[in-house]
Structure formats: C-alpha cells, structure tokens
Design a protein around this ligand. Sequence first.
Ligand SMILES: [Zn+2]
Ligand SMILES: [Zn+2]
Length: 342
Amino acid sequence: MGGTSVTPGAGRVRVPYCSPVRTERRSIQRDRGPVLNVTFYGVRGSTPCASDDLARYGGNTACVVLDERGQAPIVLDLGTGLRFFGLDWARRNGHSDFRATALLTHLHWDHVQGIPFFAPILSEGSCIDVHGPVQDGGSLEDVVRTFLAPPYFPVGIDSLPGRIDFHETTAGEFRVGEAVVRAGWVPHCGPTLGYRVTMGGRSVAYLSDHQQPGVGSTEVDPGVLDLCRDVDLLIHDAQYDLDEFAARVDWGHCTTDYAVEVGIQSGARTLVLFHHDPSHTDDRVDQLLERAVEQSTERSGPEVVAAHEGLTIALAARRESDAADLRVRADAAASAEALVGR
Ligand SMILES: [Zn+2]
Ligand SMILES: [Zn+2]
C-alpha cells in the first residue's frame, strides 16, 4: 500500500484509532495544478468500534472530506469520523468562521452520529450546509431534530453555537462553490442518495451503502452506473464477504465482489473499498482487498484500495488529453504531512 512510518512528534495531534503507521498519501497525477485532497476520517460501517485488531483500518464511521485550497471543504457523511475532522480542522485553522457543505447519504446512525461532537460547530459564526435525502415522514430538518434532542442527546440542535442549514435533496445537480454535485438514488434501506462531485475536471463518486440485488448478482442499477460512469475515484460499500451477504441478503449492503463489479461496469479508474463491517479485523480487510485486487486485475478493472483512517488521496487537476494516463503512486515524501502531521 506504500505507507510510511510517521512517529507522532511534539505538537502533533494524534487522531485516536488513526494509526500513524497507516497514515498515507496517494496521488493520482495528471497535471500540475490545484490538488483535491480526499481524506478518510471514518471508514467503518454500521457502528463505531474499537479494538487492537481493527485499529489499522480504524473504527470510526463514515466521514470523508474533499478539500482543495481556497474552497470550503465538502464533507461526505457525518459519522463519528467527523469528530476527528473537526479536531484536525481546528488545529490547522482555529475554530472561527468555519464554512462547509455536507452531503449526507442517509440518516442511519453511522452517518450522523458525529454532528454534535464536531468542534467547529461548537463555535459561534460557524455554518454548515447539510444536503440530505428528502424524508417520508417530515422534513430533513425535522427528522434530525428528532434524534438530536433529549432523551437521545442531552441538548437540542438549537443549543449548538454554530448554524446548521438543511437542504432537502433529491436526484439532480447543484453547485457547491466551484464543484458540481450530482445526487442520485441508491438502493439501500430507506431513502438513500449517492453523490458525484466534479471539480476542476476531477470526479469522485461516493456510494457508502448500496444494496446488492441478490446472491451472486452482477446487475447494477442504471442510475448508479450513470452516477459512477468513468469517475476518477469511486468510494463504495464493501461490507460483506460472500457468506456474510448470503446470511444478510436484505440488510442494505453488498460484497466486495459486487463493489468490484460496480467499479468495472462503470469504468471507474480507482475503487476505494469503504464501509468495512465492524466484525472485520485488519487481517480480514487485507484478505478482502487482496481478493478484490485480483478480481479487478483479471478483468482489467480499476485499481483497488481499501479505505483506512488517515488515508489521503490527492487528485491533481487534469487536462482531458491526460485522461488515459492515470497513474497512482504512494507519495512517501508527502505522507509525513498527511492527516496527523499537517
Ligand atoms: Zn452505513
Ligand atoms: Zn445505512
């Protein structure tokens, strides 16, 4: 995977369960220009978990941040990894005047639990725009207010000093700063969106939770394929192995085999296995990654990596003429500056 050891030094903030030996920076280089950093703060599905045998990939739930210099960050999901993004942000930029846009796939716990623990939103003057799927039983804001209130949480959302603005979202396109965001419905349990973010010719698709149609199925929803078509980076549900899926066939997720299938059928250039099952140890994720790499290589599919906390994938701005010249490399020199050391 090309990671290098980084010893936490004085003054550095070490992110718990974000092992410094796994801090890694990868670059997809096409041209010189502004770099879009895609950083993984939470990669686990279903529930946060903590133990030594899964610390290398990390136990925080879904949170990925797209960050380009001069642009407000775009946050993909607000799971418990959000807390560590907040700490990282506050350390680099202070607490004031935080502005960001969050793209929320759906409202399951593992995608929203980080909200009240996000340091920047605990400061006045901060503001986060949250786009999330329209709900069946009330507005998006109403639904969030229901669980972010006593007795589920000690205080209500209005007690948070920062401002959260909610935007009911359905399939379609909208702008966030210089980025074009496309939202599309993804099969899961309840209303669930996937997002494609395009900025400066680079594209990232995020489908954290995706229901595979059935055991051994290779059928992919046309809308999903459209969302992921020829994307530079596809971040995709990879919760189960074959046996686990067979036992949980309607739990809303898919196998790593199916993630590879989506990557191949959509023409994605790099596939990131994401939303690891809480029962999967680091060794198990390694095995599933190895299998996925073999499958994709055999079919000339995308490069495959497994998301871990502290991984930053840098997407350089590109010219269309470079589209076929995709190279992914581990940047050892830059790794020391990634998440824990910036
Ligand atoms: Zn989930
Ligand atoms: Zn879910």
